[in-house]
Write a protein that binds this ligand. Structure first.
Ligand code: COS
Length: 380
């Protein structure tokens, strides 16, 4: 649902201009420094990008799901690491509070997350709990009006930047599955909480992940999300439903960029006396990519509109995440193929994006996890 088409079109145009005039030209700098420059972060704050999905009453733009996916597609025409920097505030690092938080928790954290004054992060994955998220081992032991958290989290996006974490931890120490898990809001400056060095990754330079270690971290009981133990896994899954659809939108945005890079190259690169775009074998690759990008875009928009009309979209979010993450991998591969040797060189955008998009088949649920979720729903 688009609430006010006229002002939304203006906003999308503003994002697209920002992408073309500011973000794309600065991509090499982000790769060289492994950081998003401070002036770009300031512009993203000023544009309200950190608060796109946070309700208006807490200072965000209160985007509907359709508005959110359209904004993500537009933003991810630039390197996906720019979106990743705001993505934990608009997605997994805030939505646990938005969906299941108490009014006090919302009031305390959401306005600053929306303004980009603080960065949120989502700590679910552990060294021994990836796809089997319900088996996590971080514990939260009740001690008076506090909980004591112990354990460690792995590959946590924006952990080095984070001021506040949504942490899934086991409150029922007898249980070994999802039912014993609760979700907590944990401030970065809590004594005993430390963040490891940046992980060295295949791609996505400029977006950071790291371990987060909890060594007897004291967290007020008031920071239990939902106010009830044992609900944390469900909160995490609800957050991931929304996040998976958004990652599908991210994949569409990057795929549109990759297709344009391939089209532009094919039109200007001459071989055998003419632009390679005139050869049918090149045209076939371009056409397959166009059809797949269009399919992904249609799928994401359809699922987003369904979500805005009320029903649960666990199934549709997994379908979109599965299709779009695999789709952008194929589009990236063809873009490199069309560029030939030039696409294998580190100076080319397609080489970098090829590595960046490999992540989408892995995080926020691997393609195989999406297949399991889809199969479970259709076999019910
Ligand atoms: N929304 C709300 N509740 C949900 C849900 C959803 N999308 N998915 C599951 N639940 C609920 C179930 O209904 C169940 O509740 P009951 O115990 O009341 O029946 C509970 O959560 C446990 O669900 P389930 O039995 O399906 O859990 P499993 O341990 O089998 O795990 C998978 C299911 C594998 C799908 C889940 O662990 C998963 O998504 N893993 C991937 C994790 C991931 O994406 N990690 C990426 C890192 S986070 S960026």
């Amino acid at each position: 649902m688009i609430r006010d088409p006229e002002s939304f079109t203006i906003l999308l145009d503003t994002i697209s201009r920002f992408v073309r005039d500011t973000l794309i030209p600065r991509e090499p700098e982000v790769v060289d420094t492994d950081e998003i420059p401070g002036d770009i972060l300031a512009q993203m704050r000023a544009m309200g990008l950190f608060g796109l999905t946070i309700p208006e009453e807490y200072g965000g733009l209160g985007f509907t799901t359709e508005e959110e996916v359209l904004a993500s597609m537009a933003l991810c025409y630039a390197s996906p690491v720019f979106r990743s920097r705001i993505g934990t505030n608009t997605g997994i690092g805030s939505q646990g509070i938005v969906i299941d938080g108490s009014p006090e928790q919302k009031q305390k954290y959401l306005p600053r997350l929306a303004a980009g004054e603080i960065t949120g992060s989502f700590a679910l994955t552990e060294p021994a709990a990836g796809s089997d998220a319900g088996s996590l081992r971080t514990t939260a032991r009740r001690d008076g009006d506090h909980y004591i958290l112990s354990g460690s989290k792995r590959y946590i996006t924006n952990a080095p930047e984070a001021n506040v974490f949504t942490v899934m931890a086991r409150t029922n120490l007898q249980s070994k599955d999802a039912r014993g898990v609760s979700a907590f809001i944990v401030d970065r400056d809590s004594p005993g909480l430390s963040v490891g060095p940046y992980d060295v990754k295949m791609g996505q330079r400029g977006s950071h992940t790291a371990d987060v270690i909890f060594d007897n971290v004291k967290v007020p009981a008031a920071n239990l999300i939902g106010g009830q133990e044992g609900m944390g896994f469900k909160t995490a899954m609800k957050v991931l439903d929304k996040a998976r659809l958004n990652i599908a939108a991210v994949c569409v945005g990057v795929a549109e960029r990759l297709l344009d890079e391939a089209l532009n190259y094919a039109k200007q690169r001459q071989q055998f006396g003419k632009p390679i775009a005139e050869f049918q074998l090149i045209q076939a690759m371009l056409a397959d990519s166009k059809a797949e990008v269009y399919a992904g875009r249609s799928m994401v928009l359809e699922a987003a509109r369904k979500k805005d009309s009320g029903p649960n979209i666990t199934l549709e979010a997994s379908c979109a995440k599965l299709f779009c993450a695999e789709m952008v991998g194929r589009v990236a591969d063809r873009a490199v193929q069309i560029h030939g040797g030039a696409g294998y060189m580190q100076v080319s955008a397609v080489e970098r994006l090829y590595r960046d998009v490999r992540l989408f088949r892995l995080y926020e649920g691997t393609s195989q996890i999406q297949q399991l979720v889809i199969a479970k729903h259709i076999l019910r």
